[in-house]
Design a protein around this ligand. Structure first.
Ligand SMILES: Nc1nc2c(c(=O)[nH]1)N1CN2[C@@H]2O[C@H](COP(=O)(O)OP(=O)(O)OC[C@H]3O[C@@H]1[C@H](O)[C@@H]3O)[C@@H](O)[C@H]2O
Length: 263
């Protein structure tokens, strides 16, 4: 059904590089630096686009490294104010609904690099200088050191290293385990918070409206998170259904009983 990959591209199990990748990267960079956060208007989007392409072109897409992304990270470097960092895990949509309203707060995607890369796929090939638009390796079926997985691990680590003051995380209480050690939040971000800079991690365990309350602040998975954070000399606090985020959930379900009385 699909045209076969050109001879010089290996075939992988994942979808190929997003069409018009270079243009999307350049356009998103200009949108973010000129409109969303004009305080970053002096960023060089042409150089950022070039650095992003150079991070993976002509390279084995199963041998991506943190080093590949260092030039890009330096060009797109951005300071997040203390007390404004929001992590999330299994709550991508809700976390971004909240930061879209509460624009003083930053998820990784509310930073320049996360904004540029969100939902994109990209890879190249060591035997060619071309972008592979036909297929890219996936963590599950091909290799964990693929360009996209290594990118999110690398920028998530940097996002956590740069955090300061009181940081927040939105967790999904409708899952059996709201905290998963294998997640990017559990495997990368909490281990890269600096105890000398981060005073408190505040967890918000949110339950789907009308969903089951599988997990909550008193559950074993949250106690596991608390033990990891406390061992790192960072204070841990937790709130079930943090009210400002709950209001957002209720916008979509105004008639639900948990939204009509005293949320
Ligand atoms: N588009 C984004 N993707 C990701 C971000 C992010 O901020 N934006 N990630 C990770 N990430 C990719 O999302 C899934 C897992 O999500 P999911 O299983 O829902 O949650 P994770 O904890 O793994 O990752 C979310 C956490 O890491 C950063 C962001 O700062 C959040 O605090 C996996 O492929 C990750 O590589």
């Amino acid at each position: 059904m699909w045209p076969r990959s050109p001879p010089n591209h290996k075939e992988w199990q994942g979808s190929g590089t997003t069409a018009h990748f270079g243009d999307i990267v350049l356009g998103r960079c200009y949108t973010y630096t000129q409109i969303v956060r004009p305080e970053l208007r002096d960023k060089d989007c042409q150089k950022i686009q070039e650095a992003f392409l150079k991070s993976f072109l002509s390279k084995d897409p199963c041998d991506a490294t943190e080093q590949d992304y260092q030039p890009l990270i330096e060009l797109a470097n951005q300071t997040i104010p203390c007390n404004k960092t929001v992590f999330w895990s299994k709550t991508k949509e809700l976390a971004h609904q909240y930061t879209r309203v509460q624009q003083a707060l930053f998820t990784l995607e509310n930073t320049l690099l996360g904004y540029i890369a969100d939902d994109l796929s990209w890879c190249g090939d060591s035997g060619s200088s071309e972008i592979n638009y036909q297929s890219c390796p996936t963590r599950r079926d091909n290799c964990s050191s693929n360009p996209v997985s290594v990118f999110w691990n690398t920028v998530s680590k940097r996002f956590a290293e740069d955090a300061c003051g009181v940081v927040h995380v939105v967790l999904n209480g409708s899952l059996n385990e709201a905290f998963d050690r294998r997640s990017t939040f559990g495997r990368v971000e909490i281990h890269n918070l600096h105890p000398k800079k981060v005073r408190t991690l505040q967890a918000w365990v949110m339950h789907d409206i009308g969903g089951v309350r599988s997990d909550s602040c008193s559950s074993s998975s949250i106690r596991d998170l608390k033990s990891i954070i406390s061992e790192r000399n960072i204070t841990f606090t937790c709130q079930n259904n943090y009210r400002p985020v709950r209001f957002l959930q209720c916008v979509k379900n105004p008639e639900h009983p948990s939204c009509t009385s005293g949320i």
